[in-house]
Design a protein around this ligand. Structure first.
Ligand code: DAH
Length: 339
């Protein structure tokens, strides 16, 4: 064996061992240069090939190519192995912080609904609902609202393009939750104690304080000997529970077609007082008008009752200082996560 042959054998065994020992890609690149680079041991042998006797050239040449290919294959295999190890190491790196799931929460209006229902349930009230597409009769006539009342105008009410109901007139999107009073009394006899949360619709152009869709809660209590004192006591207890025990509640005479007498309810909460506001008008209420009892077949001289209704968006806006009603429907997490 001549000197060059010996060098090639040595390059092969040492090279393969060095490649196998590489721990990362940088080391592998260095080893590759040492054996296969332009100044590498195999290249140096190939350079000297020209000076060899004629009969030795093919033998050494073939051996040199063999060694070169063996080393190249070993480098490629080692590179693949190191690259796989690198990606796997990233995928299972136990020192990386875990991925946090963002916690959702209930919409502020849902929270007010839930809390309202919870408070009234403790006082023996049940929850009722009714259709959002109502009839003129349930929404207005049965509630003692005359045919020429401005609320019924197509300027204010969204009528639905359907053939009218034979007895109950045109279909419309309910403008308040009060028709749930009618539907409840039609299906049961007193005593009636219900709250009815739901969506209502009015023909309004959206701006900071108007929305064509918003939410109300209706309350109704009917029995023998129900008085204004029951109304005041219940409403006051409710708002103190919902908002703050230091909430003050005030009743002002008003008019609604379906109650007599009727009142508007003003609130003063510590939060509002701190913001420099005294009284905020928040709800309507009153003693159920005898004409409403007649419409649902309750003898008006036997029963009395009270009812109230108020808008949830408005309550949330005054209580939390929300400047624009459209925030409730935009679903911006920066808004929602504050509640
Ligand atoms: N329906 C009224 C409104 O939409 C609120 C209301 C007032 C409801 C008086 C009542 C009530 O039940 O007795 O503004």
């Amino acid at each position: 064996m001549n000197e060059l042959e010996a060098k090639l054998h040595e390059a092969r065994s040492e090279g393969l061992a060095a490649i196998a020992a590489c721990g990362d890609l940088a080391q592998l690149a260095q080893v590759k240069a040492r054996y296969l680079g332009r100044q590498g041991s195999v290249s140096l042998v190939l350079e000297q090939l020209g000076q060899l006797p004629k009969e030795q050239k093919p033998v050494i040449g073939r051996l040199a190519n063999e060694v070169k290919r063996a080393l190249e294959e070993a480098v490629a295999a080692k590179r693949a192995e190191l690259e796989t190890a690198a990606t796997q190491a990233v995928a299972v790196d136990p020192t990386l912080p875990g991925r946090r799931h963002r916690l959702g929460r209930l919409h502020p209006l849902t929270q007010i609904f839930d809390e309202t229902v919870r408070i009234f349930r403790r006082m023996g009230f049940a929850v009722e609902d009714g259709p959002e597409i109502e009839t003129e009769w349930h929404c207005f006539d049965a509630l003692n609202t005359p045919a020429n009342h401005p609320a019924r105008d197509i300027q204010d009410t969204l009528y639905v393009d359907l053939p009218p109901h034979p007895q109950h007139g045109r279909y419309l999107l309910r403008t308040h939750t009060s028709p749930v009073q009618i539907r409840t009394m039609l299906k049961q006899r007193p005593p009636v104690r219900i709250v009815a949360p739901g969506r209502v619709f009015r023909r309004d152009n959206p701006d900071a304080t108007h929305s064509p869709m918003f939410h109300q809660i209706e309350g109704l209590y009917v029995d023998r000997n129900v008085t204004v004192a029951d109304l005041k006591g219940t409403v006051e207890f409710f708002f103190k529970q919902l908002l703050d025990p230091a909430t003050k509640v005030r009743f002002r005479p008003h008019f609604f077609p379906y109650t007599e007498p009727s009142f508007e309810i003003d609130l003063s909460t510590p939060r509002l007082r701190a913001a420099g506001k005294e009284w905020i008008e928040i709800a309507g209420c009153g003693m159920v008008d005898p004409n409403v009892f007649s419409a649902v077949g309750y003898p008006p001289d036997e029963y009395t009752g009270w009812a109230f209704g108020f808008g949830i968006e408005r309550l949330a806006m005054v209580q939390y200082g929300i400047p624009d009603i459209r925030l409730f429907t935009e679903n911006d997490v920066r808004f929602l996560e504050q509640f």
